[in-house]
Design a protein around this ligand. Structure first.
Ligand SMILES: Cc1cc2nc3c(=O)[nH]c(=O)nc-3n(C[C@H](O)[C@H](O)[C@H](O)COP(=O)(O)OP(=O)(O)OC[C@H]3O[C@@H](n4cnc5c(N)ncnc54)[C@H](O)[C@@H]3O)c2cc1C
Ligand code: FES
Length: 281
């Protein structure tokens, strides 16, 4: 969405709206899970894959992905890893706290392009947070898609996110969910190896499949190679890029890679769009 379009729907691109924490709970040792609502009671109006700029008053602002798909009630979910000033301040917030919110911003997952295709989702670590908004959308509209496979990898079992939902995904026969941990661990009796090892034995038709990748850059390099080696076109491989951001709306240039603003042209790009950009991945 261009910034003029944002201006048409938002009170101001730079003025946060007030929002309230409905629920807050630690999900792992490092990540806190929030359910949030705008104080106006209006839905956020986001699409899967978009992000919001969340502010803690007196501290600062950070871009955070919306981790839930749009739903009937006005609530939406965020998962925040404690990294520095803003994210630590967010971790101190509990139910009832007020925060500021700008957005939703960015170009999310291209739902119309994905409809009717076989879908291969590959998530690494915190990448499951934005990916979950797409997973929820796909499961709510399951008959719109062909086969759906999710490959998810983390370094250790304690990092696994949304473990309750993982158990539900594993039970579904219309959703092929595979999870791995990088190295052997005493608390883990499942698959061991980096996420690309989950490709072994995976049947995918390169002509009908769209792949969606969300994770660290190192994962992108190897997963893209795997997809390309299996005959997938660059246009059918989608990646969610993360860059330092400030404004979130294509004005400040913090997130710029060559002629692309990740905050506005992305964060979701096809590999075709970014393959020639230096240092994109
Ligand atoms: C589009 C987008 C979506 C994001 N979604 C989420 C999310 O859903 N959940 C979540 O926990 N985090 C998410 N992040 C990352 C989050 O924005 C940063 O962790 C946060 O801005 C750090 O702010 P801080 O003030 O807490 O840390 P700071 O005090 O600013 O920095 C602490 C440390 O984090 C590093 N850092 C800061 N920002 C980034 C960054 N963007 N990438 C890599 N390292 C960084 C700094 O170098 C420093 O080492 C997202 C980032 C983007 C751009
Ligand atoms: S964050 Fe300002 S231009 Fe993208």
């Amino acid at each position: 969405m261009a910034s003029e379009q944002y201006e048409a729907v938002l009170p101001s691109l730079y003025l946060p709206q007030l929002a309230r924490v409905k629920r807050a709970a630690m999900m792992t040792e490092w990540e806190k899970h929030f359910e949030i609502e705008l104080t106006t009671g209006q839905p956020l109006g986001h699409e899967p894959g978009q992000f919001v700029e969340v502010s803690v008053f007196g501290i600062g602002e950070a871009p955070i992905s919306v981790s839930s798909a749009p739903r009937d009630d006005p609530g939406f979910e965020l998962v925040v890893r404690k990294m520095g000033n803003v994210t630590s301040a967010l971790h101190r917030l509990e139910a009832g706290a007020t925060l500021g919110l700008r957005g939703p911003f960015g170009r999310g997952f291209p739902l119309e392009e994905l409809a009717g295709r076989d879908i291969l989702l590959v998530a690494g670590g915190l990448g499951l947070v934005p990916m979950r908004s797409l997973i929820q959308h796909i499961l709510a509209h399951r008959s719109d898609f062909g086969t759906v496979t999710l490959l998810y990898g983390c370094k250790e079992p304690a990092e696994l996110l949304f473990t309750d939902e993982q158990a539900e995904w594993a039970e579904r026969d219309d959703f092929d969910f595979r999870v791995t941990i990088d190295r052997p661990h005493p608390d883990w009796d499942g698959h061991v190896g980096v996420v690309t090892t989950l490709f072994e034995g995976l049947e995918l038709d390169p002509r009908s499949t769209k792949a969606v990748l969300v994770g660290p850059p190192i994962m992108y390099r190897f997963v893209i190679l795997e997809c390309v080696n299996r005959g997938m076109a660059d246009e059918d491989i989608l990646v969610d890029l993360e860059r330092r951001m400030k404004c979130g709306v294509g004005k400040c240039g913090h997130c710029q890679i060559n002629n692309k603003y990740v905050c506005q042209d992305g964060p979701v790009f096809s590999y075709h769009e970014i393959a020639t950009l230096r240092e994109a991945i």
